[in-house]
Ligand binder design. Sequence first.
Ligand code: NAG
Ligand code: NAG
Ligand code: NAG
Ligand code: NAG
Ligand code: NAG
Length: 534
Amino acid sequence: MYCSPRLLAVAALALRLTRSSALNVSVPISSPSGSQTLARTLLSFSIEQDRWPDWSGIDSRNEFTYSALTTLATLTGEPPKIRVGADSEDHTFWSPTVTVNEDEFPPANTITPYPEATHITVGNAYYELSRFLPRGTHMTWGINLGADNVTNAVNMAKAIVRAFRTSTVKASGVVLDLLEVGNEADLYRNNGLRPSNWTVQDYVPDWISIAGPAVAAAGISGPDGPVSVQGAAFAGQGFTPTGIFNLGILDSAPGKAITQISQHRYSAAFCNGGDFPLTSFMSKQFVRGNLTVFNADIAETHSRGLTYVLGETNSIACHGAPGVSNTAGAALWTIDYTLQAATLGIKELFFHEGVGYKYDFFQPVTLNRSTIDGSPLDPPSAPHIQPSFYGALVVNSFVGTTGASTIVELDVGDADVSGYAVFEGTAVKRAVFVNLHAWLASSTGTRPSVHIDLDFASGPGASQSQVDAFWGRRASLRRLAIGHADDTAGLTWAGQSYENSANVAPTGGLVTETVQASEGFSISSTEAVLVEFL
Ligand SMILES: *[C@@H]1O[C@H](CO)[C@@H](O)[C@H](O)[C@H]1NC(C)=O
Ligand SMILES: *[C@@H]1O[C@H](CO)[C@@H](O)[C@H](O)[C@H]1NC(C)=O
Ligand SMILES: *[C@@H]1O[C@H](CO)[C@@H](O)[C@H](O)[C@H]1NC(C)=O
Ligand SMILES: *[C@@H]1O[C@H](CO)[C@@H](O)[C@H](O)[C@H]1NC(C)=O
Ligand SMILES: *[C@@H]1O[C@H](CO)[C@@H](O)[C@H](O)[C@H]1NC(C)=O
């Protein structure tokens, strides 16, 4: 007797329903309308300007940074983009007499063990360290708007473009894409860089007065590159891209060179400490809530022909919160947050990093103080990755190497499980599922899991026979395995650890599982599964 694979699947499902919960997820086999293009640099990084030389290396490249970025680059065929800027961008001054940099740091405390420098003086060599990044890295560099000093902004702009014209930087294949003039200017009225009555109506002419001479000094005369301008870079919703468009910023000389709009997002703030439940980050609802606030600005930005990025983002502002930002749960948050953003038309997310920050994907240098409470570390801790790095491995494996893949979110009828599919050409290639249900060190009983049943559906241009053929196909599974959501180490991706080598190389044997696509698979609480259709 002939039994169709689909019939067998239904029979298998009937058996399974009696022992564990199951989710029926429809996967279109060809890309539906509304799918969004995935940049290979979807997951990129922002680096706090004060300690940039620690990340890059000074006399020679920082091998750990180089290895971590190269490991991610291998998965997509392109290194993550790097923006150097953030708060210290508005406290940086160029000097002809400084070689690399001289930083003034405030004292550390338990909430902020690695505070940002309050004053940074840099010389030409500082920017030339860009050559130590992996070949093919594209960069955005920040220029000081906070000081309201045209001379300094012009000096910084000239030093940046001069660095990228040196033979060593040219030979490195690292490319300057964008200049950003001012970081989070909407906060200047709160942090003393402008009077408290300073408004967005004041911002636009102020930005033009500084960006105009800086952009001209950099030899930028319009949007056609090779170097252009990143606009906005606001922290909150007080100033918006739509607001500055309506105030005519794009008609100004420097505004005509804007090709990309950046907004920043953190889901909470640890500036004064506090207790944040990890479970609120392992939440489909809150991930979506934090991102959909940008929908109107994304649409407005796209309607002007500009690209839209989250130019600085991470879990919790002011360097992250212990027990959340540095945990395995944050790795799952990273996957859902990044891919959800992609479905909304956000081209790239620049995850903010600084030496000793709790939310870092990796720590690039030896640390002598705890990132959690500032207590002395004896012995010091060598450069290492943090759990979020595994989230980046999953995202980049999902994105793939074509540079032309597209994404849709899958309708998973469960409050804790999210799913996305990726298409190459028009054919579905992979899907990823994230089970955000938190399995904590304090959890007891049996760890819950759900069974995912894939139900293939035709998309545009796919015939029923192609759909039927999918039922007979196999799929290869790779799991991001996590002990507990609150673990800060010990994760594995496809059976391998990335924590036990000095160069972020995987250790241990690769573990993949091959299943019949029609049979589906189980996913535990606090786990991600990447499905590759064979
Ligand atoms: C799964 O969904 C499909 C339609 O998308 C439906 O035909 C099928 O019966 C569903 N299976 C179960 C077990 O709910
Ligand atoms: C502006 O910057 C220049 C160059 O760094 C410096 O010489 C000058 O003192 C600054 N002006 C003010 C008002 O701080
Ligand atoms: C804003 O405050 C400054 C003093 O800090 C004052 O000189 C200025 O007139 C104020 N502007 C407005 C529009 O109120
Ligand atoms: C953003 O995420 C945080 C942390 O999960 C949550 O507390 C907050 O409510 C979310 N905000 C929105 C607008 O959903
Ligand atoms: C830790 O101490 C070593 C040795 O004193 C020093 O070289 C290194 O810069 C320190 N690390 C940080 C992040 O300050």
